[in-house]
Design a protein around this ligand. Structure first.
Ligand code: NAD
Length: 447
């Protein structure tokens, strides 16, 4: 089928490439000329495992094109995806300006029947707004073309996006019209062979499903962080507690890891936007507010542990200390640093007069862009280079390569021989046996 994909970010580029991979003819549109020029030269703007060869192969095969020319892409397409950003507005609600700008463009150019698919995460009622904007443009130019607006939220995870897209758990199709469902079922048929993964529902339920999924995951994380903070105070070890509860299938093993708080471009903004939607409709979202408040506090927790450790000493606390930081991306296998806990931590360290030597396997380019040149930041080429001249190590992102360092080498490298483990990667006994002081999250020893 012929597809136009508006937005070549994490969602649009991955989805466009996966649709091309199964034989569809996809034109990706973006307003970012540099990104499109790069993609046409084979430069992939984000790090996502498996994405580069997928994009390059399908581009070379002629099934995946990149352009800033919206009109041509719309003329080409039977199915038009909107996969642009929906960042938080000042009051926490989703900013729909990019989504509605695409709707306006579609309204200006569409002159054949098509299905418009909203893949961006958008508040309930947005499909109606998209439909209204397109209709407004149609009436301005006297166009009479049949079109449907469908909600098809995306559930891919950064870091696993290609695999998630090629083998989705479910494909939500929110439509008020059976024809549109048939078109999308045809489009997704190659991903839907083993069993039927399509869940059909009405548009509003589909829009809410995406927020419900992210809010549930964020709730699990904040819940575990809450229990971790209790464990810390009562002298229990959250890792043992985690083992104890995960084995209950009603609870499960996923998303019960305590840590430095959730970040990224989705959970923080989606929890906020859902709370905002609830408030706008006269419901006080007490649980969502608590999930967010716990997370905000958790993002400052590592620094509290660091400060407590250094305030016990005889010198000037954290001031003048140098910290090696392992991990800047908001989670492993991505270069994304949007709302990453590392950003809050580094700001707090700098505010307190400390210096940072940081390393992340994929986010160094992004870190350069986010932080710019600073005297108190050294971006290092490797995890061990970050340790050179450092007093302490802070682990912020649980990349696999950080999981089993040589603890003796760590002790020899670190001036103060102390490790702050924001992801509970290490066994406290093993690390302490190597002569290092250890602080984890919720490990009953950090008061
Ligand atoms: P992104 O910021 O990575 O990419 C958005 C892209 O849209 C940018 O390249 C931008 O230049 C482009 N754009 C903006 N206006 C445009 C226009 N008028 N025409 C064409 N292109 C335009 O965003 P993302 O992370 O891919 O997220 C997109 C949407 O999907 C958001 O609503 C997000 O909440 C949702 N989502 C994201 C993820 C994720 O893991 N990133 C997962 C599921 C859903």
């Amino acid at each position: 089928m012929r597809v136009a994909m508006f937005g070549t970010g994490y969602v649009g580029l991955v989805t466009g490439a996966c649709l091309a991979e199964v034989g569809h003819d996809v034109v990706c549109v973006d307003i970012d000329q540099a990104k499109i020029d790069g993609l046409n030269r084979g430069v992939i703007p984000i790090y996502e495992p498996g994405l580069a060869p997928l994009v390059q192969a399908n581009h070379a095969a002629g099934r995946l094109a990149f352009t800033t020319e919206a009109a041509g892409a719309i003329a080409h397409a039977q199915v038009i995806f909107i996969a642009v950003g929906t960042p938080p507005d000042e009051d926490g609600s989703a900013d729909l300006q990019y989504v509605l700008a695409v709707a306006r463009t579609i309204g200006r150019h569409l002159d054949h029947p098509a299905v418009v698919v909203n893949k961006s995460t958008v508040p309930v009622g947005t499909a109606d707004k998209v439909r209204a904007v397109i209709a407004e443009e149609f009436s301005a130019r006297g166009a009479r073309v049949a079109f449907d607006v469908v909600s098809n939220p995306e559930f891919l995870k950064e870091g696993d996006a290609v695999a998630d897209c090629l083998r989705p758990d479910r494909i939500i199709i929110g439509a008020d019209d059976a024809r549109a469902v048939t078109v999308l079922r045809r489009l997704y048929a190659p991903f839907n062979r083993k069993r039927d993964r399509v869940v059909e529902m009405d548009v509003r339920s589909a829009e809410l499903t995406k927020y419900a999924a992210n809010a549930m995951l964020a709730t699990k994380i904040s819940f575990m962080n809450e229990i971790a903070n209790i464990a810390e105070r009562v002298g229990a070890d959250i890792e043992q507690v985690r083992q104890g509860i995960g084995s209950d299938p009603r609870i499960g093993w996923h998303f019960i890891y305590p840590g430095a708080g959730y970040g990224g471009s989705c959970f923080p903004k989606d929890v906020q936007a859902l709370a905002r939607t609830a408030a706008q409709h006269g419901h006080t979202p007490r649980l969502l507010e608590a999930v967010e408040a716990v997370n905000e506090a958790q993002k400052g927790h590592l620094f509290t542990l660091i400060q407590r450790h250094y305030d016990r000493g005889e010198d000037e606390g954290v001031r003048g200390k140098t910290f090696a930081v392992w991990g800047l991306a908001f989670k492993p296998n991505t270069d994304d640093m949007r709302a990453a806990p590392s950003r809050r931590l580094l700001a707090q360290l700098w505010e307190a007069g400390a210096r940072v030597r940081a390393y992340d396997p994929e986010a160094m380019g992004e870190a350069r862009r986010v932080f710019g040149e600073r005297k108190d930041l050294m971006l290092c080429e490797s995890a061990f280079e970050a340790l050179e001249g450092a007093d302490a190590l802070i682990v912020v992102t649980e990349w696999k390569q950080f999981r089993s360092p040589d603890f003796v080498r760590l002790r020899e490298a670190l001036g103060d021989a102390v490790v702050f483990d924001g992801r509970n990667l290490y066994d406290p006994q093993e690390i302490e046996a190597a002569g290092l002081a250890y602080y984890g999250i919720g490990r009953g020893r950090s008061l």
